[in-house]
Every structure is written in C-alpha cells, then in structure tokens.
Design a protein around this ligand. Structure first.
Ligand SMILES: Cc1ncc(COP(=O)(O)O)c(C=O)c1O
Length: 357
C-alpha cells in the first residue's frame, strides 16, 4: 500500500509515472529489452533522451541561449565543480541562507577565495538577508545562492537583482513554478525531489557562460565538454533520465508550470494558514521567505515529537521528522504531493492537538 511520503528527498514520484514505468520495465515498446539494458547510444534511447530534454526546455521555457545538461554527482558535486569551472572570472560571491548554501561555501573555499556577501546564520536561517545589506565586492565573479533551503524551509522567491552572473541551486524547487531562465548563468538541481529518481542532476547553463569554463579541467569536470557531447560524454544515468522524461510529460499533462504553481501555492498556504492559526504548532520562517516546498514546523513541546511521529506513521503519514540540525517536523510537499495529502496531514495535526494540546 502506498502512503503519503513527506520525505525531503529522495521524495514522492507521481504514481502514474511509477505505473507507466512498471508497465515498460521488462520491455520498452518493442525494443526487446528494458530501458536499463539499452545502450545510451542506441536509437531508442536517443529518442527517450531527446524527448526528455525537449520537454524540460518547453516546461521551463529555456531560451536558445542556454544548454540543458543531464549530469551525475548530485548538487554536491556541482558545489565543487562550479568554482573549478568559473572561479577564474572573478572572486565568487555567495549568499548564505541555510545548510546547503553553507555547504556550497565550504566546498568552494577548498577551490578558491570567495566572498560571503551576506548571511542569515544569526537568525538560524529563519530569514533571508535584505538585498540592501549585501556586501558584494565586485560584479565580476559569479553570484551563488540556494533558491530553496530544503532543511530550514526558506526561499528566495525573486531572482536577486545583482549584476554578477547568477548561479542558483534549485534542487528543491525546480519545476515548482515558472522561472525566467534568461536571468541565470546557471541553474542546477539534483533530481530526487521534483524531477525523478536520484542519480541524475540537471544543469541549465548559458552558452556564453559555458564558453568561459576553465579549459584545463579533465573533461568529466568541464561543463562545456558535457554540453558539446549532448550529456553523453560518458554513460549517463540512463534510467533516471528516462524516468525524469516521464515526470516532465506528467507536468505537461497538468497544464505546465503555471498550473503546477497554482496547486503548489494552494497546498503550501493551506498548511501555513493552519499552522499560523494554531497555538500548538509554529513555523519560525519570515513570511516573505517561506518555502512552498519544505514546510518545517515545531510542536508546543519537543517532548511530544516522538508521539507525533509514531501516530502520524500509523495514519500513513511518513517521514515528517525535521532535519536533525533543526529539530521538530518538516513536511516536504513537492509537485507530486496532492492536496489530499495536505488535507490528511492537517486532519491528523488537528486530532493530535486536541489529544495533547
Ligand atoms: C538545496 C539542496 N542543495 C543540495 C543538496 C545536495 O544534493 P545531492 O544529494 O544531490 O548532492 C540538497 C539535498 O537535499 C538540497 O536540498
């Protein structure tokens, strides 16, 4: 029996996608084999790969000026590769708003000097520093930020207006709503939240920016080499790429990202409104910086955390435990999570409050 999986990632995948994958598992169309067994250079796989790329381009309205790459290594590898490829253009600027931006900063600092232009560490990352307070050293180096901090549940909803080339980690928010890709030099995201299974990493990079990649790197670390080879420099994560393609088709069938955005905002506001109305639950994040994907909340007393999690599990509500660094609870409600799951969660939270409140 499938239950509501509120995990931050790997996370819920649309059931229709899983079923379709299941129906093709032994034999894809009349190829005589599973997609897992296909050469990435075969005609059948080429069609799968191209269709997925085209659908992603359509969904995000990626302009001609940008390339879409299907990579490996997760967002974590990109933390290191980004400075290796682009630090020579100028001292990178990093905005620190949570655990993932801190990790990106640490990885970058192993490669080069950088400037942390602002940090909200003092507030325990419950807000995002105001643009007016950012101390950018210059406009040459790239500016890196995490659009949605998965652990703290904060988000930057508008693309920051800085002159630097902008790079965003969108691991936990890509495809949640339309974005203006033309404003970014690079967007990257691990797949295991809104895209599909773990193992695939999407990068969308402007061709201009690609041409500035550090040419002395081994090919596998060089974004431009990946782009030139159509992300087939070596064997890509073929099955994850194929499943991502199915998720993209599913998003298109919902009406594209405008429709997805509407349902995401409705889901998030239903849960935030309930939390804000209650005296028993609370969310510490500044309202304008609240994530629509990851919603942390704390109970009146941490002594009740264990009972909350046990009772939630027996109501088929799984993986609500907050990250160990933050405590409390967190509901990750990615694209594939239906409104029904939010309603079930709130019904449970109400019942729990009347029992223990
Ligand atoms: C915003 C963000 N960045 C980076 C990562 C690390 O991703 P990966 O495990 O794909 O390296 C995560 C993982 O949860 C994340 O949420």
């Amino acid at each position: 029996m499938r239950k509501w999986n509120f995990s931050a990632g790997p996370a819920i995948i649309p059931e229709s996608v899983l079923k379709e994958t299941q129906s093709e598992l032994l034999e894809f169309k009349s190829s005589g084999m599973s997609v897992m067994e296909m050469s990435h250079r075969s005609k059948d796989y080429g069609e799968i790969a191209n269709a997925a790329r085209d659908d992603l381009i359509e969904l995000l309205d990626v302009p001609e000026s940008h390339d879409v790459l299907f990579l490996q290594g997760g967002a974590t590898l990109q933390f290191g590769l980004i400075p290796m490829n682009f630090a020579h253009i100028g001292i990178p600027e990093y905005l620190e708003t949570g655990t993932w931006s801190t990790k990106a900063i640490k990885e970058c600092s192993k490669v080069c000097d950088l400037n942390i232009c602002a940090s909200s560490e003092e507030s325990n990352f419950t807000n995002v520093p105001e643009l007016i307070d950012w101390k950018l050293r210059s406009s040459n180096g790239y500016f890196h930020y995490v659009a949605n901090e998965t652990i703290q549940g904060n988000a930057i909803h508008d693309v920051p207006s800085v002159e630097n080339p902008i790079i965003a980690d969108m691991s936990s928010v890509i495809l949640a709503e339309p974005i203006d890709v033309s404003k970014f030099s690079m967007i990257y995201a691990g797949a295991q939240k809104n895209i599909g299974p773990a193992g695939l990493t999407i990068a969308i990079i402007s061709k201009d920016f690609l041409s500035s990649c550090n040419k002395d790197l081994p090919n596998i670390m060089n974004y431009d080499k990946h782009a030139q080879s159509g992300s087939m420099l070596n064997t890509p994560p073929t099955f994850a790429w194929y499943m991502a393609g199915k998720v993209f088709k599913w998003l298109k069938s919902l009406g594209g990202l405008e429709a997805v955005k509407e349902s995401n905002y409705l889901k998030a506001s239903t849960l935030y409104d309930y939390i804000d109305r209650s005296d028993f639950y609370s969310n510490p994040v500044a309202k304008k910086n609240r994530s629509i994907m990851n919603i942390p909340f704390i109970l009146k007393s941490p002594d009740l955390d264990g009972a909350f999690l046990n009772e939630a599990e027996s109501e088929n509500l799984l993986n609500l435990k907050g990250h160990r660094s933050v405590g409390g609870m967190r509901a990750s409600i990615y694209n594939a999570m239906p409104q029904e799951a939010i309603d079930d969660l709130i019904a449970f939270m109400e019942a729990f409050e009347s029992k223990y409140g």
